[in-house]
Design a protein around this ligand. Sequence first.
Ligand code: AMP
Ligand code: MG
Length: 487
Amino acid sequence: MSSLESLTFDNGFARLPEAYYSRVCPTPVPDPYLVCYSPQALALLDLDDREITRPELIETLAGNQLLPGMDAIAALYAGHQFGHYVPQLGDGRAILLGEVRNAAGQGWEVQLKGAGRTPYSRGGDGRAVLRSSIREFLCSEAMHALGIPTTRALAIVGSDRPVYREDQETAALVTRLAPSFVRFGSFEVFYYRNQIESIKHLADYVIARYYPELTALADPYPEFLRQVALRTAELMAQWQAVGFSHGVMNTDNMSILGLTLDYGPFGFLDAFDPGYVCNHSDTSGRYAFDQQPDVAAWNLTKLAQTLVPLMSVEAASGAISEYPQAFGRAYLERMAAKFGLPPGSETASLAMDALQLLAQNHVDYTIFLRRLCDFDNGENSHNTLRDLFLDRAAFDAWAARYAAALRQQGSLDAERSKAMRAVNPKYILRNHLAEIAIRRATDERDYSEINRLHALLTHPFDEQPEYEPYAAEPPDWAKRIEISCSS
Ligand code: AMP
Ligand code: MG
Protein backbone atom coordinates (compact mmCIF):
# COMPACT_ATOMS: atom_id res chain seq x y z
CA MET A 1 0.00 0.00 0.00
CA SER A 2 1.31 3.41 -0.83
CA SER A 3 0.69 7.13 -0.73
CA LEU A 4 -0.87 9.72 -3.03
CA GLU A 5 2.58 10.78 -4.18
CA SER A 6 3.25 7.36 -5.67
CA LEU A 7 0.07 7.11 -7.80
CA THR A 8 0.99 6.46 -11.44
CA PHE A 9 -1.33 7.80 -14.09
CA ASP A 10 -1.73 6.27 -17.51
CA ASN A 11 -4.72 8.16 -19.05
CA GLY A 12 -5.30 5.96 -22.09
CA PHE A 13 -8.65 7.54 -22.96
CA ALA A 14 -7.22 11.06 -22.79
CA ARG A 15 -4.56 10.04 -25.30
CA LEU A 16 -7.24 9.37 -27.92
CA PRO A 17 -7.93 12.19 -30.38
CA GLU A 18 -9.99 15.09 -29.03
CA ALA A 19 -13.02 13.93 -31.01
CA TYR A 20 -13.96 11.77 -28.02
CA TYR A 21 -13.91 14.33 -25.22
CA SER A 22 -13.28 17.90 -24.12
CA ARG A 23 -10.54 18.94 -21.75
CA VAL A 24 -12.20 20.52 -18.73
CA CYS A 25 -11.44 21.64 -15.23
CA PRO A 26 -13.62 20.60 -12.33
CA THR A 27 -15.36 23.59 -10.73
CA PRO A 28 -14.26 23.95 -7.09
CA VAL A 29 -16.68 23.66 -4.17
CA PRO A 30 -16.23 25.51 -0.88
CA ASP A 31 -15.03 23.70 2.26
CA PRO A 32 -15.31 20.08 1.17
CA TYR A 33 -15.58 17.33 3.76
CA LEU A 34 -15.32 13.57 3.56
CA VAL A 35 -18.71 11.88 3.93
CA CYS A 36 -17.67 8.25 3.52
CA TYR A 37 -15.26 6.04 1.63
CA SER A 38 -14.83 2.44 0.62
CA PRO A 39 -11.62 0.87 1.95
CA GLN A 40 -11.99 -1.90 -0.65
CA ALA A 41 -12.13 0.60 -3.51
CA LEU A 42 -9.22 2.58 -2.06
CA ALA A 43 -7.18 -0.61 -2.10
CA LEU A 44 -7.77 -0.91 -5.88
CA LEU A 45 -5.59 2.18 -6.23
CA ASP A 46 -3.03 0.70 -3.80
CA LEU A 47 -3.74 3.60 -1.46
CA ASP A 48 -3.17 3.20 2.22
CA ASP A 49 -6.26 3.86 4.39
CA ARG A 50 -4.55 6.80 6.07
CA GLU A 51 -4.42 8.66 2.76
CA ILE A 52 -8.16 9.23 2.70
CA THR A 53 -8.06 11.85 5.44
CA ARG A 54 -5.29 13.86 3.80
CA PRO A 55 -6.48 17.32 2.77
CA GLU A 56 -4.77 16.91 -0.62
CA LEU A 57 -6.91 13.90 -1.41
CA ILE A 58 -10.15 15.45 -0.16
CA GLU A 59 -9.45 18.60 -2.20
CA THR A 60 -8.82 16.40 -5.24
CA LEU A 61 -12.02 14.40 -4.75
CA ALA A 62 -13.86 17.71 -4.39
CA GLY A 63 -12.54 18.89 -7.75
CA ASN A 64 -10.58 21.69 -6.12
CA GLN A 65 -7.17 20.56 -7.29
CA LEU A 66 -5.58 18.02 -9.61
CA LEU A 67 -2.74 15.69 -8.69
CA PRO A 68 0.37 15.60 -10.87
CA GLY A 69 -0.27 13.27 -13.79
CA MET A 70 -4.03 13.83 -13.95
CA ASP A 71 -5.51 14.96 -17.28
CA ALA A 72 -9.12 16.00 -16.72
CA ILE A 73 -11.67 15.44 -19.49
CA ALA A 74 -15.40 15.04 -20.05
CA ALA A 75 -16.34 12.33 -22.56
CA LEU A 76 -18.67 12.80 -25.50
CA TYR A 77 -21.46 10.33 -26.11
CA ALA A 78 -25.04 10.15 -27.37
CA GLY A 79 -27.77 7.65 -26.69
CA HIS A 80 -31.27 6.36 -27.06
CA GLN A 81 -33.23 7.70 -24.12
CA PHE A 82 -36.60 6.04 -23.56
CA GLY A 83 -36.46 4.84 -27.15
CA HIS A 84 -35.58 8.18 -28.76
CA TYR A 85 -32.19 9.09 -30.14
CA VAL A 86 -30.58 12.10 -28.47
CA PRO A 87 -27.64 13.16 -30.65
CA GLN A 88 -25.54 14.71 -27.95
CA LEU A 89 -25.28 13.80 -24.32
CA GLY A 90 -21.82 13.31 -22.86
CA ASP A 91 -20.45 13.68 -19.35
CA GLY A 92 -22.62 16.57 -18.28
CA ARG A 93 -21.48 16.39 -14.70
CA ALA A 94 -18.83 13.69 -14.66
CA ILE A 95 -15.15 14.46 -15.11
CA LEU A 96 -12.54 11.82 -15.74
CA LEU A 97 -9.43 12.77 -13.78
CA GLY A 98 -7.14 10.08 -15.11
CA GLU A 99 -6.40 6.42 -15.08
CA VAL A 100 -4.36 4.94 -12.26
CA ARG A 101 -2.27 1.85 -12.97
CA ASN A 102 -1.98 -0.23 -9.79
CA ALA A 103 0.80 -2.61 -8.77
CA ALA A 104 -1.21 -5.57 -10.08
CA GLY A 105 -1.18 -3.91 -13.51
CA GLN A 106 -4.89 -3.04 -13.51
CA GLY A 107 -5.97 0.29 -14.91
CA TRP A 108 -8.65 2.13 -12.95
CA GLU A 109 -10.19 5.27 -14.38
CA VAL A 110 -10.97 7.79 -11.66
CA GLN A 111 -14.04 9.89 -12.33
CA LEU A 112 -15.76 12.59 -10.29
CA LYS A 113 -19.54 12.74 -10.61
CA GLY A 114 -20.95 16.15 -9.74
CA ALA A 115 -17.78 18.14 -10.48
CA GLY A 116 -19.47 21.06 -12.24
CA ARG A 117 -20.47 22.07 -15.73
CA THR A 118 -18.84 20.68 -18.87
CA PRO A 119 -19.46 21.38 -22.57
CA TYR A 120 -22.06 18.56 -22.38
CA SER A 121 -24.08 19.89 -19.46
CA ARG A 122 -26.87 21.24 -21.67
CA GLY A 123 -29.23 22.96 -19.22
CA GLY A 124 -27.85 21.21 -16.14
CA ASP A 125 -25.76 22.57 -13.32
CA GLY A 126 -23.14 19.83 -13.46
CA ARG A 127 -23.79 18.98 -9.84
CA ALA A 128 -25.03 15.98 -7.88
CA VAL A 129 -26.84 16.13 -4.55
CA LEU A 130 -25.82 14.25 -1.42
CA ARG A 131 -28.98 12.10 -1.48
CA SER A 132 -28.34 10.51 -4.87
CA SER A 133 -24.60 10.29 -4.22
CA ILE A 134 -25.25 8.17 -1.14
CA ARG A 135 -27.45 5.85 -3.18
CA GLU A 136 -24.82 5.47 -5.90
CA PHE A 137 -22.00 4.93 -3.40
CA LEU A 138 -23.83 2.28 -1.42
CA CYS A 139 -25.24 0.44 -4.40
CA SER A 140 -21.99 0.30 -6.37
CA GLU A 141 -20.16 -1.28 -3.49
CA ALA A 142 -23.09 -3.55 -2.58
CA MET A 143 -23.36 -4.83 -6.16
CA HIS A 144 -19.67 -5.61 -6.20
CA ALA A 145 -19.99 -7.56 -2.97
CA LEU A 146 -22.88 -9.51 -4.53
CA GLY A 147 -20.51 -10.52 -7.33
CA ILE A 148 -22.25 -8.37 -9.96
CA PRO A 149 -20.06 -6.47 -12.44
CA THR A 150 -20.26 -2.76 -11.68
CA THR A 151 -18.44 0.53 -11.60
CA ARG A 152 -17.04 1.10 -8.12
CA ALA A 153 -17.36 4.00 -5.68
CA LEU A 154 -14.31 5.27 -3.85
CA ALA A 155 -15.76 8.03 -1.71
CA ILE A 156 -18.28 10.81 -1.30
CA VAL A 157 -17.11 14.32 -0.59
CA GLY A 158 -19.74 16.87 0.42
CA SER A 159 -19.93 20.64 0.44
CA ASP A 160 -22.54 22.99 1.85
CA ARG A 161 -22.77 24.69 -1.54
CA PRO A 162 -26.51 24.72 -2.31
CA VAL A 163 -27.86 22.71 -5.24
CA TYR A 164 -31.38 23.33 -6.44
CA ARG A 165 -33.64 20.42 -7.33
CA GLU A 166 -37.31 20.24 -6.23
CA ASP A 167 -35.95 21.63 -2.96
CA GLN A 168 -32.68 23.18 -2.01
CA GLU A 169 -30.14 20.48 -1.23
CA THR A 170 -26.36 20.37 -0.84
CA ALA A 171 -23.65 19.30 -3.28
CA ALA A 172 -21.69 16.09 -3.18
CA LEU A 173 -19.22 14.36 -5.46
CA VAL A 174 -18.95 10.61 -5.84
CA THR A 175 -15.59 9.33 -7.03
CA ARG A 176 -16.24 6.42 -9.32
CA LEU A 177 -13.74 3.85 -10.52
CA ALA A 178 -14.01 1.60 -13.55
CA PRO A 179 -11.64 0.07 -16.09
CA SER A 180 -13.57 2.17 -18.60
CA PHE A 181 -16.70 4.30 -18.71
CA VAL A 182 -17.21 3.80 -22.47
CA ARG A 183 -20.89 3.25 -23.24
CA PHE A 184 -22.93 2.02 -26.19
CA GLY A 185 -23.68 5.70 -26.73
CA SER A 186 -19.96 6.47 -27.07
CA PHE A 187 -20.16 4.65 -30.43
CA GLU A 188 -23.63 5.83 -31.42
CA VAL A 189 -22.64 9.49 -31.48
CA PHE A 190 -20.24 8.91 -34.39
CA TYR A 191 -22.56 6.64 -36.32
CA TYR A 192 -25.27 9.28 -36.49
CA ARG A 193 -22.68 11.90 -37.44
CA ASN A 194 -21.46 9.54 -40.14
CA GLN A 195 -17.91 9.62 -38.73
CA ILE A 196 -16.94 6.06 -39.50
CA GLU A 197 -13.22 6.49 -38.78
CA SER A 198 -14.06 7.58 -35.23
CA ILE A 199 -16.17 4.46 -34.67
CA LYS A 200 -13.32 2.29 -35.88
CA HIS A 201 -10.69 4.05 -33.82
CA LEU A 202 -12.77 3.77 -30.65
CA ALA A 203 -13.49 0.10 -31.32
CA ASP A 204 -9.77 -0.51 -31.84
CA TYR A 205 -8.99 1.24 -28.57
CA VAL A 206 -11.60 -0.70 -26.59
CA ILE A 207 -10.57 -4.00 -28.15
CA ALA A 208 -6.84 -3.46 -27.56
CA ARG A 209 -7.36 -2.48 -23.95
CA TYR A 210 -10.31 -4.52 -22.75
CA TYR A 211 -10.70 -7.40 -25.20
CA PRO A 212 -6.98 -7.95 -25.97
CA GLU A 213 -7.46 -11.62 -26.93
CA LEU A 214 -9.38 -10.40 -30.02
CA THR A 215 -6.47 -8.43 -31.45
CA ALA A 216 -5.10 -11.67 -32.91
CA LEU A 217 -8.18 -12.05 -35.14
CA ALA A 218 -8.04 -10.90 -38.76
CA ASP A 219 -11.50 -9.32 -38.32
CA PRO A 220 -12.04 -8.65 -34.60
CA TYR A 221 -15.19 -6.50 -34.84
CA PRO A 222 -17.94 -9.15 -35.07
CA GLU A 223 -16.36 -11.08 -32.21
CA PHE A 224 -16.07 -7.87 -30.19
CA LEU A 225 -19.80 -7.24 -30.63
CA ARG A 226 -20.51 -10.87 -29.73
CA GLN A 227 -18.48 -10.55 -26.53
CA VAL A 228 -20.31 -7.38 -25.54
CA ALA A 229 -23.61 -9.18 -26.13
CA LEU A 230 -22.51 -12.13 -23.99
CA ARG A 231 -21.31 -9.91 -21.16
CA THR A 232 -24.59 -8.01 -21.32
CA ALA A 233 -26.53 -11.29 -21.18
CA GLU A 234 -24.56 -12.34 -18.10
CA LEU A 235 -25.20 -8.97 -16.45
CA MET A 236 -28.95 -9.16 -17.13
CA ALA A 237 -29.04 -12.69 -15.70
CA GLN A 238 -27.41 -11.38 -12.54
CA TRP A 239 -29.77 -8.41 -12.24
CA GLN A 240 -32.84 -10.60 -12.71
CA ALA A 241 -31.57 -13.26 -10.31
CA VAL A 242 -30.86 -10.81 -7.50
CA GLY A 243 -33.97 -8.70 -8.14
CA PHE A 244 -32.22 -5.50 -9.21
CA SER A 245 -33.98 -2.94 -11.33
CA HIS A 246 -31.76 -0.30 -12.94
CA GLY A 247 -34.48 2.17 -13.79
CA VAL A 248 -32.94 4.03 -16.75
CA MET A 249 -31.64 1.53 -19.29
CA ASN A 250 -30.91 4.10 -21.98
CA THR A 251 -28.09 3.16 -24.35
CA ASP A 252 -25.92 5.85 -22.79
CA ASN A 253 -26.12 3.95 -19.51
CA MET A 254 -25.02 0.63 -21.05
CA SER A 255 -21.37 -0.22 -20.42
CA ILE A 256 -19.26 -1.62 -23.24
CA LEU A 257 -17.69 -3.86 -20.56
CA GLY A 258 -20.99 -5.24 -19.27
CA LEU A 259 -20.82 -3.31 -16.00
CA THR A 260 -23.73 -1.90 -14.05
CA LEU A 261 -23.35 1.80 -14.81
CA ASP A 262 -25.02 5.07 -13.76
CA TYR A 263 -27.01 4.46 -10.62
CA GLY A 264 -30.05 6.69 -10.59
CA PRO A 265 -33.55 5.62 -9.58
CA PHE A 266 -32.59 1.93 -9.19
CA GLY A 267 -34.35 -0.39 -6.77
CA PHE A 268 -34.18 -3.91 -5.42
CA LEU A 269 -37.40 -5.89 -5.32
CA ASP A 270 -38.97 -6.22 -1.91
CA ALA A 271 -42.20 -8.19 -2.53
CA PHE A 272 -41.73 -10.03 -5.82
CA ASP A 273 -43.41 -7.99 -8.53
CA PRO A 274 -42.35 -8.65 -12.12
CA GLY A 275 -43.81 -5.35 -13.30
CA TYR A 276 -41.95 -3.30 -10.68
CA VAL A 277 -41.02 0.17 -12.00
CA CYS A 278 -38.50 1.79 -9.68
CA ASN A 279 -38.31 5.10 -11.53
CA HIS A 280 -41.23 7.32 -10.60
CA SER A 281 -40.73 9.26 -13.84
CA ASP A 282 -41.05 6.11 -16.03
CA THR A 283 -44.82 6.35 -16.40
CA SER A 284 -45.09 3.86 -19.26
CA GLY A 285 -43.05 1.23 -17.44
CA ARG A 286 -40.56 0.94 -20.28
CA TYR A 287 -37.86 -0.08 -17.83
CA ALA A 288 -39.98 -2.32 -15.58
CA PHE A 289 -38.09 -5.13 -13.84
CA ASP A 290 -39.25 -7.89 -16.16
CA GLN A 291 -38.52 -5.82 -19.28
CA GLN A 292 -34.81 -5.50 -18.56
CA PRO A 293 -33.52 -8.51 -20.54
CA ASP A 294 -35.52 -7.43 -23.60
CA VAL A 295 -34.46 -3.81 -23.26
CA ALA A 296 -30.84 -4.93 -23.18
CA ALA A 297 -31.48 -6.90 -26.38
CA TRP A 298 -32.97 -3.80 -28.00
CA ASN A 299 -30.01 -1.72 -26.84
CA LEU A 300 -27.67 -4.30 -28.36
CA THR A 301 -29.41 -3.89 -31.73
CA LYS A 302 -28.65 -0.17 -31.49
CA LEU A 303 -25.00 -0.92 -30.77
CA ALA A 304 -24.89 -3.46 -33.61
CA GLN A 305 -26.30 -0.88 -36.00
CA THR A 306 -23.53 1.59 -35.12
CA LEU A 307 -20.91 -1.09 -35.75
CA VAL A 308 -22.32 -2.12 -39.15
CA PRO A 309 -19.87 0.22 -40.92
CA LEU A 310 -17.13 -2.08 -39.60
CA MET A 311 -18.75 -5.32 -40.79
CA SER A 312 -21.61 -6.68 -42.84
CA VAL A 313 -25.20 -6.45 -41.67
CA GLU A 314 -25.25 -10.26 -41.48
CA ALA A 315 -22.14 -10.34 -39.30
CA ALA A 316 -23.59 -7.70 -36.97
CA SER A 317 -26.91 -9.45 -36.53
CA GLY A 318 -25.14 -12.80 -36.20
CA ALA A 319 -22.95 -11.36 -33.44
CA ILE A 320 -25.90 -10.41 -31.23
CA SER A 321 -28.10 -13.37 -32.19
CA GLU A 322 -26.80 -15.49 -29.32
CA TYR A 323 -28.00 -13.01 -26.73
CA PRO A 324 -31.43 -14.52 -25.98
CA GLN A 325 -30.03 -18.01 -25.49
CA ALA A 326 -27.04 -16.76 -23.54
CA PHE A 327 -29.33 -14.80 -21.26
CA GLY A 328 -31.71 -17.76 -20.84
CA ARG A 329 -28.90 -20.13 -20.01
CA ALA A 330 -27.18 -17.77 -17.57
CA TYR A 331 -30.45 -16.89 -15.85
CA LEU A 332 -31.46 -20.53 -15.49
CA GLU A 333 -28.06 -21.40 -14.06
CA ARG A 334 -28.30 -18.66 -11.48
CA MET A 335 -31.88 -19.48 -10.54
CA ALA A 336 -31.11 -23.19 -10.31
CA ALA A 337 -28.25 -22.43 -7.91
CA LYS A 338 -30.56 -20.19 -5.89
CA PHE A 339 -33.06 -23.04 -5.57
CA GLY A 340 -30.32 -25.60 -4.88
CA LEU A 341 -31.13 -27.72 -7.93
CA PRO A 342 -29.31 -28.53 -11.17
CA PRO A 343 -30.25 -26.42 -14.20
CA GLY A 344 -32.86 -28.11 -16.35
CA SER A 345 -36.45 -27.84 -17.47
CA GLU A 346 -37.89 -29.27 -14.26
CA THR A 347 -35.94 -26.77 -12.16
CA ALA A 348 -37.01 -23.99 -14.49
CA SER A 349 -40.67 -24.78 -14.04
CA LEU A 350 -40.30 -25.13 -10.26
CA ALA A 351 -38.54 -21.78 -10.06
CA MET A 352 -40.98 -19.99 -12.37
CA ASP A 353 -43.96 -21.42 -10.46
CA ALA A 354 -42.37 -20.22 -7.24
CA LEU A 355 -41.99 -16.73 -8.70
CA GLN A 356 -45.63 -16.75 -9.71
CA LEU A 357 -46.64 -17.75 -6.19
CA LEU A 358 -44.43 -15.02 -4.72
CA ALA A 359 -46.07 -12.45 -6.98
CA GLN A 360 -49.60 -13.61 -6.17
CA ASN A 361 -48.90 -13.63 -2.44
CA HIS A 362 -46.77 -10.46 -2.38
CA VAL A 363 -43.94 -12.39 -0.77
CA ASP A 364 -40.56 -10.75 -0.27
CA TYR A 365 -38.18 -12.15 -2.90
CA THR A 366 -34.96 -12.02 -0.89
CA ILE A 367 -36.50 -13.30 2.34
CA PHE A 368 -38.19 -16.21 0.58
CA LEU A 369 -34.98 -17.41 -1.05
CA ARG A 370 -32.94 -16.99 2.11
CA ARG A 371 -35.45 -19.02 4.11
CA LEU A 372 -35.52 -21.61 1.34
CA CYS A 373 -31.84 -22.24 2.14
CA ASP A 374 -33.04 -23.88 5.37
CA PHE A 375 -35.66 -26.10 3.74
CA ASP A 376 -35.66 -29.27 5.84
CA ASN A 377 -36.52 -32.13 3.57
CA GLY A 378 -37.34 -34.47 6.43
CA GLU A 379 -40.09 -32.23 7.69
CA ASN A 380 -43.55 -31.58 6.25
CA SER A 381 -44.56 -28.28 7.74
CA HIS A 382 -41.89 -25.76 6.55
CA ASN A 383 -43.45 -23.17 8.83
CA THR A 384 -40.98 -20.32 8.40
CA LEU A 385 -41.55 -20.41 4.65
CA ARG A 386 -45.23 -21.23 4.79
CA ASP A 387 -45.90 -18.20 6.98
CA LEU A 388 -44.88 -15.94 4.11
CA PHE A 389 -47.86 -17.04 2.01
CA LEU A 390 -51.52 -16.18 2.28
CA ASP A 391 -52.44 -19.11 0.07
CA ARG A 392 -51.09 -21.91 2.26
CA ALA A 393 -52.50 -24.70 0.09
CA ALA A 394 -50.71 -23.38 -2.99
CA PHE A 395 -47.47 -23.13 -1.05
CA ASP A 396 -47.89 -26.69 0.32
CA ALA A 397 -48.39 -28.05 -3.18
CA TRP A 398 -45.27 -26.27 -4.40
CA ALA A 399 -43.23 -27.39 -1.38
CA ALA A 400 -44.21 -31.01 -2.02
CA ARG A 401 -42.96 -30.74 -5.60
CA TYR A 402 -39.76 -29.06 -4.41
CA ALA A 403 -39.20 -31.76 -1.78
CA ALA A 404 -39.68 -34.46 -4.41
CA ALA A 405 -37.19 -32.78 -6.75
CA LEU A 406 -34.63 -32.58 -3.94
CA ARG A 407 -35.14 -36.23 -3.06
CA GLN A 408 -34.74 -37.21 -6.68
CA GLN A 409 -31.36 -35.45 -6.68
CA GLY A 410 -30.35 -37.13 -3.45
CA SER A 411 -29.79 -33.60 -2.17
CA LEU A 412 -28.35 -33.38 1.35
CA ASP A 413 -29.86 -30.58 3.45
CA ALA A 414 -26.64 -29.35 5.06
CA GLU A 415 -24.66 -29.31 1.85
CA ARG A 416 -27.39 -27.67 -0.18
CA SER A 417 -28.04 -25.10 2.52
CA LYS A 418 -24.42 -24.03 2.55
CA ALA A 419 -24.27 -23.69 -1.24
CA MET A 420 -27.57 -21.80 -1.36
CA ARG A 421 -26.49 -19.36 1.31
CA ALA A 422 -23.56 -18.39 -0.88
CA VAL A 423 -25.89 -17.31 -3.71
CA ASN A 424 -28.97 -16.02 -1.87
CA PRO A 425 -28.02 -12.80 -0.10
CA LYS A 426 -29.43 -12.07 3.30
CA TYR A 427 -28.82 -8.33 3.00
CA ILE A 428 -29.59 -6.11 0.02
CA LEU A 429 -29.77 -2.32 -0.32
CA ARG A 430 -33.49 -1.92 0.15
CA ASN A 431 -34.84 1.54 -0.62
CA HIS A 432 -35.87 2.19 2.95
CA LEU A 433 -32.41 1.33 4.28
CA ALA A 434 -30.81 3.81 1.90
CA GLU A 435 -33.50 6.34 2.83
CA ILE A 436 -32.70 6.12 6.55
CA ALA A 437 -29.00 6.66 5.85
CA ILE A 438 -29.85 9.61 3.60
CA ARG A 439 -32.10 11.30 6.15
CA ARG A 440 -29.49 10.99 8.89
CA ALA A 441 -26.87 12.43 6.58
CA THR A 442 -28.91 15.31 5.16
CA ASP A 443 -30.85 16.25 8.33
CA GLU A 444 -28.23 15.60 11.02
CA ARG A 445 -24.88 15.43 9.22
CA ASP A 446 -24.57 12.00 10.73
CA TYR A 447 -22.83 9.67 8.28
CA SER A 448 -22.56 6.68 10.58
CA GLU A 449 -25.54 4.93 9.01
CA ILE A 450 -23.89 5.07 5.58
CA ASN A 451 -20.82 3.41 7.03
CA ARG A 452 -22.90 0.83 8.87
CA LEU A 453 -24.81 -0.06 5.69
CA HIS A 454 -21.65 -0.12 3.63
CA ALA A 455 -19.97 -2.51 6.08
CA LEU A 456 -23.06 -4.71 6.28
CA LEU A 457 -23.53 -4.91 2.51
CA THR A 458 -19.89 -5.79 1.99
CA HIS A 459 -20.82 -9.25 3.35
CA PRO A 460 -24.32 -9.76 1.98
CA PHE A 461 -24.25 -13.55 2.22
CA ASP A 462 -23.07 -13.77 5.83
CA GLU A 463 -25.32 -14.03 8.86
CA GLN A 464 -24.73 -10.85 10.85
CA PRO A 465 -26.97 -11.33 13.90
CA GLU A 466 -26.42 -7.78 15.19
CA TYR A 467 -27.98 -6.51 11.94
CA GLU A 468 -30.98 -8.83 11.83
CA PRO A 469 -33.50 -5.94 11.44
CA TYR A 470 -31.72 -4.92 8.22
CA ALA A 471 -32.84 -8.20 6.67
CA ALA A 472 -36.52 -7.62 7.45
CA GLU A 473 -39.34 -6.62 5.13
CA PRO A 474 -39.68 -2.88 4.54
CA PRO A 475 -41.84 -0.87 6.94
CA ASP A 476 -45.12 0.63 5.71
CA TRP A 477 -43.67 4.11 5.19
CA ALA A 478 -41.29 2.66 2.60
CA LYS A 479 -44.20 2.46 0.14
CA ARG A 480 -44.28 6.24 0.03
CA ILE A 481 -40.64 6.67 -0.98
CA GLU A 482 -40.60 8.05 -4.50
CA ILE A 483 -37.39 7.74 -6.46
CA SER A 484 -37.22 9.83 -9.62
CA CYS A 485 -34.52 10.88 -12.06
CA SER A 486 -33.87 13.99 -9.96
CA SER A 487 -30.36 13.64 -8.70
P1 AMP B 1 -28.43 10.26 -16.39
O1 AMP B 1 -29.89 10.01 -16.60
O2 AMP B 1 -28.05 10.65 -14.98
O3 AMP B 1 -27.58 9.12 -16.89
O4 AMP B 1 -28.08 11.55 -17.24
C1 AMP B 1 -28.35 11.70 -18.60
C2 AMP B 1 -27.49 12.80 -19.15
O5 AMP B 1 -27.78 14.03 -18.49
C3 AMP B 1 -26.01 12.56 -18.97
O6 AMP B 1 -25.36 13.03 -20.11
C4 AMP B 1 -25.67 13.38 -17.76
O7 AMP B 1 -24.32 13.78 -17.75
C5 AMP B 1 -26.59 14.56 -17.90
N1 AMP B 1 -26.93 15.16 -16.61
C6 AMP B 1 -27.69 14.65 -15.63
N2 AMP B 1 -27.78 15.49 -14.59
C7 AMP B 1 -27.05 16.58 -14.90
C8 AMP B 1 -26.74 17.80 -14.24
N3 AMP B 1 -27.21 18.09 -13.02
N4 AMP B 1 -25.96 18.68 -14.90
C9 AMP B 1 -25.49 18.43 -16.13
N5 AMP B 1 -25.74 17.30 -16.79
C10 AMP B 1 -26.50 16.39 -16.20
MG1 MG C 1 -26.11 8.33 -17.57
